[in-house]
Design a protein around this ligand. Structure first.
Ligand code: FES
Length: 103
C-alpha cells in the first residue's frame, strides 16, 4: 500500500498504460475562468474519449490536472513536454489534428 501511494501521488506518474501523447489539461481556477472547461470538452469530442481514457489506437490520453504553472497563458495544456496556451476550442482542435497526423 505504501509503494502504491507513492507511485500514484504525483499526477505525472501513473500505473496505467498511457497513450503516445498525454494531454494534460489544466482545470485550476485561473484556467477555468479563461475557458478550460470548453477546451477540455473540445479535446474529448475531438478524440471521442472521456477524461483519463486512452484512444483505441493508444495514441492519446486525456488527463485533467492542477495548475501547470502556465497561468499567464491560461487556458493552458501540455502534450507530453510541449506547452500550449491562450487556447480556444478551435486552436486546440488544430493542435490535436497535427498530432493525429504525426507518426
Ligand atoms: S491555473 Fe492553469 S496553468 Fe495555472
Amino acid at each position: 500500500m505504501e509503494v502504491y501511494s507513492v507511485a500514484t501521488f504525483y499526477s505525472m506518474r501513473t500505473l496505467e498504460k498511457q497513450g503516445k501523447f498525454v494531454i494534460r489539461v489544466c482545470v485550476s481556477l485561473p484556467c477555468y475562468l479563461k475557458g478550460s472547461r470548453e477546451i477540455l470538452e473540445a479535446i474529448k469530442k475531438e478524440l471521442n474519449i472521456e477524461e483519463y481514457q486512452t484512444t483505441a489506437d493508444k495514441k492519446f490520453t486525456i488527463k485533467p490536472v492542477s495548475c501547470l504553472g502556465l497561468c499567464d497563458i491560461a487556458p493552458a495544456i501540455m502534450i507530453n513536454k510541449e506547452v500550449y496556451g491562450n487556447l480556444t476550442p478551435q486552436k486546440v482542435r488544430d493542435i490535436i489534428q497535427k498530432y493525429k497526423e504525426a507518426k
